[in-house]
Design a protein. Sequence first.
Length: 367
Amino acid sequence: MKNSFGQSVCLTLFGESHGAAVGCVIDGLAPGIKIDEDFIARQLTRRRPSSAIDTPRQEKDEFKIISGAFDGKTTGTPLCIVIPNENTRSRDYDYGPARPSHADYSAYCKYHGYEDFRGGGHFSGRITAALVAAGGVLIPALEGIGISLATHIYKCAGVSDRAFGEDLAGDIKALSEKSFPVLDDTSGEEMTRRILQAREAADSVGGVTETVICGAPAGVGEPWFDSVESVISHAVFSLGGVKGIEFGAGFAVADMRGSRCNDPFRVEDGKIITTTNNNGGVNGGITNGMPIVFRCAVKPTPSIARPQDTVNFIKNENTRLSIHGRHDPAIIRRICPVLDSVAALCIADMLSARYGTDVLTKGADER
């Protein structure tokens, strides 16, 4: 079971939803990176349930850094963060009935019944708390070298937010201050209303997120199998709720002519840029210096209270299942800080592969 991602900056996740704790180990960090524990806590708060559109399960997420840090900075050795689980309710979970669109049956086939099934075990969205904690270390490190990023809800329950605009710095700042990450608050209010409608109907809704990464230098990434798109997609699809991804104009390029799809180059204030960004900041698998933009399709929460057809894989028989417990009618709000952390991990890893791990303390221009 491989639970690690990254070549130069490597993240390993551990724990189960109803186990003692979840956590992560970040290896490959340069020594001297400042650790802002208040920022880590704020990121975990962004991910935590906070309203009627979220699960009632409340975890304090009082993390502890147990290695790899001294006097508020990284030491260069593996950084380990542990987040205790305190509000579990394992009685809500039976072993045998396969919850539709969950990993119950596939996990049983792979691990032969030895997996911890409570609350989804190691497959649970609870594990993303550790991923967000890791992002809480990496995002400020990237900001320190001029790279910023953000994710917003681009679409949910048939309601669309506006896309990122020309003032990316303003959009990124605005999103950092919102618990419901949309750029148009009116759209956010309608999204919330429809999420609550889904909850009342014992159902759930999905949506689309949009992530932007600003400030990444040109020349990062590899052609073919370790392209920027390949690396980000690999990490993004580690999130069980994500079922699709597109970069730049994405699938819309299929309906464009080349004259519209191509991004013309020009020199502006001595810097090479493109006048459009249909390719999402990537050419030939390598960054071109423009913002990296990608959108993710997030599926509806599979845990719904409506009766559903399924099987009992222990008894090998058909059955009906009504899922009990505490679940989100939409995970799209809470997945945004997770995607921020995934983006930060990918960029930190690719920068470190290109310039060496000290890039996170010195920046690409000093290499």
